[in-house]
Design a protein around this ligand. Structure first.
Ligand code: HEM
Length: 546
């Protein structure tokens, strides 16, 4: 009764206040207090009993903004913390969108192995990718066409081409070491002289030089020293988390992105037309491969489609490979004993009796265990992509083995949610891996160890191969280790990335010793691809017997 009495006094006060205050002031007061009112309403909404079939919602104070800060700063920590509180499946608010996360090998399998008609990659990505790649390719076309386009690209990524690439990559790395100012100490030919380079800067340069010399083709390689670099930088500036969240804002980066896309697209179209007019068929690059292909309906690829696939491949391969290469070198510089083992492996297989180096053959590369483990382990700890997204086209029931609200209940992810899978979490999950946050390539040597088991699952030792339309691939969706994704959207650049990283690494390690005078830097999650923070300078000196 006394509460009732107090409430009615309060309501009377409010009524009187409203009656005696001018309307304009009332509106102003409401506006000023809107954020507080919405926070209170949001808190009340979260405290109210929830629909049990919806996955638990991560607690957040600010409506719309949601958990953007925690996710943006360190998604891995955020996901592991959320798992402790809510289990393997939970939803969080990210700037107005609801994102439902499924963790662990079962979570990976649920999303990466999900039906594409229900969980759509194109709906999740197109607003980011189409302004950059262009029309009619990848996520701006039905999934069946993407599968065909992946088949065409795979044709360009065949072993015949790869054999020709090893020497080209080696040559580009050596040219870089002999010319670039970051390798001045190396150029002085003095083994006592230490120099240093910003690893991300140097490896990004080497990645684009080697990718353009091989996959992208001669014309792109020649243009790299000219206008292409700026156009590429503008295009890249439009490929960020901000552009995923807000596809069209009146900001310079958006205008530059759109202008750069037009220039880049025209640049490739000109190359294609020139090649066609001159009858040039001698190139072993991706443009040549794509010019050779036909869709199942008998149509050849149009020039703009080839151009846009080339841009997509440039964007798909550049940061992923340069981030991985940078992390590898940072860890090698931090653990000289592993760098020494890698060097000795090169000496054993490729040093000739007269002291000179023999080039690696493509087939020999995967036969080098130290090199292989170093790359695998780096991709375990630093997979370039931390969040793989799909959009729910209809309500999706969550398998009860993955998570459930009660003994007989089932979670249902509502249509319109973003579904998020993160192998970056399962690859460092302390519940699965020993010393999971430690970079230790030797974990891959134990045939019975977790690492080998996970790799077998990824590479499907049981022969569970599937053809989604671009050739037989290992399904690999259940594995906790999947740096190249799994299922129908699995990466087709894996073999090229291994070839490129292996050759760059072998060429460098044969010639220089590496050291670090600071700890391995932490990851920066604010970019599309997980990059090392600064400082990330690596010290180096020329080897005695180079
Ligand atoms: C897809 C990782 C290099 C081309 C993917 C996916 C991942 C990935 C995780 C799956 C994305 C998803 O499911 O949403 C990597 C890593 C690389 C790398 C870690 C290097 C270390 C490359 C290179 C190329 C490439 C060099 C091209 C030459 C592609 C393509 C797809 C893909 C075409 C398919 C996209 C789809 O089907 O939706 N990559 N990638 N990647 N990647 Fe890579």
């Amino acid at each position: 009764d006394s509460i009732h009495a107090q409430l009615s006094v309060f309501v009377d006060h409010v009524k009187e206040f409203i009656a005696t205050t001018p309307t304009s002031r009332l509106i102003l007061l409401a506006l000023v207090n809107l954020p507080i009112i919405s926070i209170i309403l949001n808190v009340i909404y979260q405290l109210l009993p929830r629909d049990k079939s919806k996955p638990p919602l991560v607690w957040h104070w600010i409506p719309i903004f949601g958990s953007a800060a925690a996710y943006g700063q360190d998604p891995i920590k955020f996901f592991l913390d959320c798992r402790d509180k809510y289990g393997n499946v939970f939803s969080f608010i990210l700037l107005g969108r609801r994102v439902t996360v499924a963790l662990g090998p079962d979570g990976n399998n649920f999303i990466m192995g999900g039906k594409h008609t229900v969980m759509s990659a194109e709906d999740a990505y197109t607003h980011l990718t189409t302004p950059v790649f262009g029309k009619d390719v990848v996520y701006d076309c039905p999934n069946e066409l993407l599968m065909e386009q992946k088949k065409f690209v795979k044709y360009g990524l065949r072993n015949d081409n790869f054999r020709a690439y090893v020497g080209m990559i080696e040559d580009e790395v050596l040219q870089f070491m002999n010319k670039d100012s970051s390798f001045r100490a190396y150029q002085m030919n003095d083994i006592n002289e230490w120099g240093s380079f910003d690893v991300l800067h140097a490896i990004s340069e080497i990645t684009i030089l080697t990718a353009s010399r091989t996959l992208q083709g001669k014309e792109v390689r020649d243009a790299l020293d000219k206008t292409y670099a700026q156009v590429y930088a503008d295009l890249d500036g439009g490929f960020t988390p901000l552009h995923w969240l807000f596809p069209h804002l009146p900001l310079p980066s958006y205008r530059k992105r759109d202008a750069a896309h037009k220039k880049m697209s025209q640049f490739y179209i000109d190359i294609i037309q020139k090649r066609r007019e001159s009858g040039n068929q001698s190139e072993v690059d991706m443009i040549a491969a794509l010019m050779d292909q036909k869709y199942r309906n008998g149509k050849i690829l149009q020039d703009h489609e080839i151009a846009h696939i080339m841009i997509a491949l440039l964007m798909a391969g550049q940061h992923t490979s340069s981030a991985t290469g940078s992390w590898i070198l940072l860890h090698l510089a931090d653990k000289p004993e592993v760098a020494e083992a890698l060097y000795q492996e090169q000496v054993k297989h490729f040093r000739q009796p007269d002291g000179s180096w023999r080039s690696m053959q493509y087939e020999e590369i995967r036969e080098l265990p130290v090199l292989d483990c170093v790359i695998r382990e780096t991709l375990r700890m630093h997979p370039p992509i931390h969040s793989i997204m799909r959009k729910a086209r209809s309500d999706v029931p969550v398998p009860r083995t993955l998570a459930a609200p009660s003994e007989d209940g089932t979670y249902v992810v509502p249509q319109g949610d973003i579904l998020l899978s993160s192998a970056a979490v399962s690859q460092v999950d302390p519940l699965l891996w020993r010393n999971s946050f430690e970079w230790d390539p030797t974990r891959w040597n134990d045939p019975e160890g977790v690492a080998q088991q996970a790799y077998k699952q990824y590479d499907d030792a049981n022969g569970q191969k599937v053809d989604f339309g671009f050739g037989l691939v290992s399904k690999g969706t259940e594995s906790p280790y999947q740096p190249f994704g799994a299922g129908r959207h699995r990466c087709i650049g894996e073999q090229f990335a291994y070839l490129q990283l292996s050759t760059v690494l072998a060429t460098l390690i044969r010639r220089v010793e590496l050291r670090l005078d600071h700890p391995v830097p932490g990851p920066n999650y604010q970019t599309m691809i997980i990059l090392p923070k600064t400082p990330r300078n690596i010290l180096y000196r020329r080897r005695e017997f180079d």
